[in-house]
Design a protein around this ligand. Structure first.
Ligand SMILES: [Zn+2]
Length: 318
C-alpha cells in the first residue's frame, strides 16, 4: 500500500467501533506473529547468511515470500531465504511457530499442542521433530573436572512404525525377560559438576567398552576424573584409555565416598524418566530427539520461545 493511502487508512481506524477494532486486531494477529517469527529467524542468521550452493556472500534482495526475505546469489544465481537448508524450511504457519516453541518449553503432548494451536496432530508431531533435529545438537564439547557417567534403559519401542520387526509384546510396555536384555535400549549419560551433560543412545543391551570409547572418550577432558558405578565396562575403558577413574559400589550399599558419587547423573536420569511419562512411550528412533528436548529444558537451560526457535535452526548462544 502506498504511504499516503496507508495514512488515510489509519485515520479511519480511530472511527471503528469496539467490535470492529476487535475484528481488525484478530485479522492482524497472524501477520504480526508471522512477522515476529520471521524477524527472530532473519536476525539470528544475518551474520552468517550466504548462498547455500556456493557460499557466496554477495546477494541481491529478491522479493519477500511467506514473510521472509528471499535472496539471489550474485555468483551462481541460486535463490534462497534464511530457512533454506534448515529443518524448518518449507514448514507452513510461521505465525504459530513461537506459540509452538512455548508448547515445547511447557512439554506439551502432541495432542495438547495441536489443540492449542488449532493445527492437525500430524503437524504438531512433525513440528516437534523438526524443531528438535538441530536443537538437540547444542551440547558441550567437553566435560571437565569430575565427570559422572551412568546408563539408564528404556524398553525398545517401534511406536508409529508401519511394520514391527519383532512379534508384538503380549504385555504392552513390559519386557518378557527380567533385568537388562536386548529388549532394552541403553542411554549413556555423562555429566560434569558444572552441569554440562551429554547423552548417547548406544543401542540394545548393556553398554560395551567399545561404545564407551566411541562416545565418552571424545568428550572427556584429558585431566577429567571419570566417576561411575562398579560396572566392569567403565573400568576396562578407563584402563585402556588411560583415564583417571573412581567408582562407587552401589550394589554393595556404597552411595557416596566424598566427591565420588553418581548422584548428579542419576538425578538427571530420574528427571528424564519422570518427564517422559507424559508421552506414554516414545519411539526408539526418536529417542535422541527427546534426550535433546530434555537437555534444552532441564533446569531451564532454554527459557524463551525465541531462543528455542533460534536453536531449531541451529543458532545457539545468542
Ligand atoms: Zn551461489
Amino acid at each position: 500500500m502506498q504511504a499516503c493511502a496507508f495514512d488515510a487508512y489509519l485515520t479511519q481506524i480511530t472511527q471503528l467501533t469496539r467490535a470492529q477494532c476487535a475484528r481488525v486486531f484478530a485479522s492482524l494477529k497472524p501477520a504480526v506473529d508471522r512477522g515476529h517469527s520471521a524477524a527472530v529467524i532473519e536476525e539470528a542468521v544475518a551474520a552468517r547468511l550466504c548462498c547455500p550452493r556456493c557460499q557466496g556472500k554477495q546477494l541481491y534482495r529478491h522479493g519477500i515470500k511467506s514473510g521472509l526475505q528471499r535472496f539471489r546469489c550474485r555468483a551462481c544465481g541460486r535463490t534462497f531465504n534464511s530457512l533454506t537448508g534448515t529443518p524448518l524450511a518449507r514448514l507452513r504457519y510461521k505465525d504459530k511457530w513461537l506459540a509452538f516453541s512455548d508448547c515445547m518449553l511447557d512439554s506439551r503432548t502432541v495432542r495438547k499442542a495441536a489443540a492449542r494451536l488449532a493445527v492437525a496432530k500430524n503437524t504438531s508431531l512433525r513440528w516437534r521433530h523438526r524443531f528438535l533435529a538441530l536443537a538437540k545438537t547444542d551440547r558441550p564439547a567437553c566435560l571437565q573436572g569430575i565427570a559422572e557417567a551412568d546408563e539408564t534403559f528404556l524398553l525398545e519401542s517401534q511406536k508409529g512404525a508401519r511394520g514391527l520387526t519383532r512379534p508384538a509384546r503380549k504385555r504392552a510396555g513390559k519386557a518378557s525377560k527380567p533385568g537388562i536384555s536386548t529388549e532394552q535400549v541403553c542411554i549413556l549419560v555423562a555429566r560434569d559438576r558444572s552441569g554440562n551433560t551429554v547423552d548417547f543412545v548406544t543401542g540394545r543391551g548393556p553398554v560395551t567398552v567399545a561404545q564407551l570409547k566411541t562416545h565418552l572418550q571424545p568428550v572427556l577432558a584429558a585431566d577429567a576424573l571419570l566417576v561411575t558405578d562398579a560396572n566392569k565396562a567403565y573400568q576396562a575403558f578407563a584402563r585402556q584409555q588411560g583415564i583417571s577413574h573412581r567408582c562407587v559400589n552401589i550394589s554393595a550399599g556404597e552411595r557416596v565416598s566424598g566427591a565420588v558419587h553418581v548422584q548428579n547423573v542419576n538425578g538427571y536420569h530420574s528427571r528424564f524418566h519422570m518427564w517422559l511419562k507424559r508421552f506414554n512411550g516414545v519411539a526408539t528412533r526418536y529417542l535422541s530427539n527427546y534426550l535433546g528436548w530434555r537437555w534444552a529444558i532441564d533446569q531451564e537451560r532454554i527459557r524463551t520461545r525465541e531462543t528455542l526457535l533460534r536453536a531449531a535452526i541451529g543458532v545457539f548462544n545468542t
